[in-house]
Design a protein around this ligand. Sequence first.
Ligand code: NAP
Length: 509
Amino acid sequence: MTITGSLLIAGAEKRGSKGEFFGIEAATGKPLPVSFGGASAADVEEAARIAWEAFDVYREIDLEPRAAFLEAIAEEIDGVGDELFVRAMAETGLPRGRLDGERARTTGQLRLFAKEVRGGRFQELRFDAGDPLRKPVPKPDLRLRNIPVGPVAVFGASNFPLAFSVAGGDTASALAAGCPVIVKAHSAHPGTSEIVGRAVQKAVANAGLPAGTFALLFDTGFEVGQALVADPRIRAVGFTGSRRGGTALMKIASERKQPIPVYAEMSSINPVILFPAALASRAEEIASSFVGSLALGAGQFCTNPGLILAVDDEGLDAFIARTRDLLPDVAAQTMLTGSIAKAFRDGVGRLEKHPEVKLVANGKHGGEFEGTAALFETTATAFLEHRELQDEVFGAAGLVVRCKDVAELEKVLDGLEGQLTVALHVAAEDEETARRFVPRLEMLAGRLLLNGFGTGVEVSPAMVHGGPYPATADGRSTSVGTLAIYRFLRPVSYQDFGEALLPAALRPK
Ligand code: NAP
């Protein structure tokens, strides 16, 4: 498979005519071979038009061929050779092992959604028989099913070039729901996107599906993404990225003649609460797993543990002392893009200069494109006064908040914005207090973890990777796990429909 820098539209490749850009080598900031052409307004128009045409065909195909199509995409991606890893490593700076795991996760997700489609439960078929003799009024015959919402625009994520990009979780769940997908590739990994896009395009053709079922567009600015969200034929959006980007797209979507949902996963600092007895019994062990989680993948995970809350006591001192021992050995790591590396440095710089914040320790220093891990501490009083201390610093940076007592810790929790995860480290003696916390933690985050850290998101029917705003745009949903399919479905009820007009799934057996 060769990278040509082409848009993938209508089952064909096409050179984008709106400017050009290059993939950038994450470790050096230098351009990689092959220039990519940006999509024009006419390309967006064409992709949306044929996605809309494809929708009526794709949404009505039986569940079995739809499931087989998802499996075929997985097979095509599994069949891509080493060039996928070579290009993805260059574009993202992520190591081969991580990308191997990510491909397995990507194809595993597609296969899991295939199973979900075959099971058919997501259709939510409901039958409520009528009763013409009911008094005082006859009862209507009601049948319900979920239908797909329509074509979906997916914005690939910078931090998951495979599992949350072209054929990642958003695409897999939208296709599983019966929605055609138009992907706006992330500019951080266009070559990786094209390789995967070609695999999806091949699966569409081999399955005999309409060519509009899938398209991949490149953008030299923000116009393509914004035009997609504004297009009346697009009916939902999947996005992972910054709060600024996510809220810009939410605004466009809400100002349309027909507003649409934007499922944006944005910023989260993933609080970790260390309870006193847990710290008294195993502060060093917790510190060691914390440093591992903080530094994993240069901290470029949405579930990175950025905030540690604990009561100020000897256990917390022992925790901090251990992180001070461990952090200096943490190697600097290449970050996904030069701008993410710069944003990380700026965020760390703000913490370093903050009058109420003290540096605990740094990791090893690196070059311009690398991130150096950093841990800071502050008091609960300062944290409550300075709202900016809640801002996500995307990368391996954390802030420990020393609370006078449990009551002050609860106050800090009550002042937090919505989160993807919250973790509790608890010993038996802490359980009563921890139990009391649970209802407020449910209101705070989409996933609660006990004695662990949020990095490492299992793709599972019982996973929630979501949470109240600003963790996501809509806390009633998840972007990981099979429940993600419901973002792209809408219930329709059929009242007193005779057999002739009812959709097949709702006809009497
Ligand atoms: P981003 O800047 O929000 O970009 C995400 C995608 O949205 C890209 O395709 C980007 O286009 C597009 N985009 C951004 N702003 C837009 C706008 N106003 N209108 C239309 N499209 C827009 O996020 P990123 O590049 O992945 O990373 C930047 C920062 O996002 C990080 O430093 C971090 O703070 C945050 N982030 C958070 C998470 C999380 O899960 N919490 C994950 C990744 C990143 P281009 O490709 O042209 O840039």
